[in-house]
Write a protein that binds this ligand. Structure first.
Ligand code: ADP
Ligand code: TRP
Length: 334
């Protein structure tokens, strides 16, 4: 399905990624990229400035996300790894796409709608605090995608609408000029990726403050794992593992054999909550051990990462320029 295809992955540098992000988005994206004919992997820093205005915070988040992808196994020799703001053709292409983007698409885009709903709930005017960057962000995202002739865009469910908007805009432009100027992208949702529960049982999310941290020290990870909710049943009482939160989180990280061991121990009353928390801790630490080492290395040698990003931009820009010129030729009748 992915052989010979161009896959494009974009990630916004906001928040510090947690275990749920790592297992649910970062690792699968890296694995998928390896299967692609061509893989573009970029950090969407222009998207981030809509919400984050502090340059120091932006810079820190960008560094973290770049190092996390490298630590997770992204290979910059295979994947074209770049920063959106290093490719000036993308905002130029965005400007052209605007002319073919119905305003109604933006009104219906869910990030904007969610911001309006929030304002209404708070009794504020609809557009309070909403900037044009947020409002028009699906068009910039369309440019991210269309610039590189992407076949497949792996996304979470919340981003499907944006890939469809990109496809619609490309279709409108192709129809207007009667030729295939832009490649029509498709979204891809990985159904195998499970939602990792947080330490309170809801979806692990930075907005719920229920995360298992990723690249902090073992102490911080242990603290999070040992605060996972349990009940007061004694160890000897045979338990159904299903529904026990520690076991549910373990599912997203353990091998089948490890999982069976925990299930059997719970069924037979041989494992208590302390035991299974330690098993989860071991699995988490084991999963991230190598990646954490690499992460710390890249954070401490960020100049190397900068070089990789510059090399990535140098590979990406000729492709972007080609798309831009193709569009300008058509639009201006050159
Ligand atoms: P958060 O909920 O912490 O704010 P984001 O919404 O920024 O996370 O999600 C970033 C990416 O990580 C998305 O692709 C999302 O699907 C994935 N993701 C987030 N939380 C989880 C989770 N608990 N389990 C699996 N994947 C997750
Ligand atoms: N909007 C995406 C998000 O919030 C990030 C993103 C920006 C992106 N441009 C993209 C994702 C292009 C895929 C393709 O997660």
């Amino acid at each position: 399905m992915f052989k010979g295809k161009t896959i494009l992955t974009g990630v916004k540098p906001t928040g510090t990624p947690h275990l749920g992000n790592y297992l649910g988005a970062i690792k699968p994206a890296i694995e998928l990229g390896k299967k692609a004919g061509k893989h573009y992997m970029f950090i969407a820093d222009y998207h981030a400035i809509n919400a984050e205005k502090d340059p120091a915070v932006l810079n820190q988040k960008l560094k973290e996300i770049a190092c996390i992808y490298l630590a997770g196994g992204l290979n910059p020799e295979h994947s074209v790894f770049y920063r959106q703001s290093d490719i000036p053709e993308i905002p130029e292409i965005t400007t052209i796409l605007y002319a073919y983007t119905p305003k109604g698409f933006m009104n219906k885009a869910h990030a904007y709608k969610a911001a309006v709903d929030k304002n209404r709930e708070a009794g504020k005017p609809d557009d309070d605090g909403i900037n044009m960057g947020l409002y028009t962000y699906p068009t910039l995202m369309a440019a991210d995608i269309l610039t590189f002739n992407s076949d497949i865009v792996p996304v979470g469910k919340d981003q499907v609408q944006h890939v469809e908007i990109a496809r619609d805009i490309a279709g409108a432009i192709n129809a207007h000029y009667g030729k295939s100027l832009l490649h029509l992208p498709e979204y891809y949702i990985d159904e195998h990726v499970a939602v990792v529960p947080g330490i309170d049982g809801r979806k692990m999310s930075k907005s719920y403050g229920n995360v298992i941290p990723l690249f902090e020290d073992d102490k911080a990870i242990k603290k999070a794992i040992f605060s996972i909710k349990t009940d007061s049943r004694p160890m000897e009482e045979p338990k159904d593992p299903e529904g026990i939160l520690v076991y549910e989180i373990y599912k997203s990280i353990a091998t089948e054999e490890q999982l069976r061991e925990m299930a059997d121990g719970l069924h037979q009353g041989k494992l208590g909550y302390g035991h299974i928390k330690n098993m989860l801790l071991d699995a988490v630490v084991n999963e991230i051990k190598d990646a954490r080492e690499k992460y710390n290395y890249y954070m401490a040698h960020y100049d190397e990462v900068e070089e990789m990003l510059a090399a990535g931009a140098a590979k990406a820009r000729p492709v972007a320029r080609e798309t831009l010129e193709r569009l300008k030729d058509a639009v201006f009748g050159r």
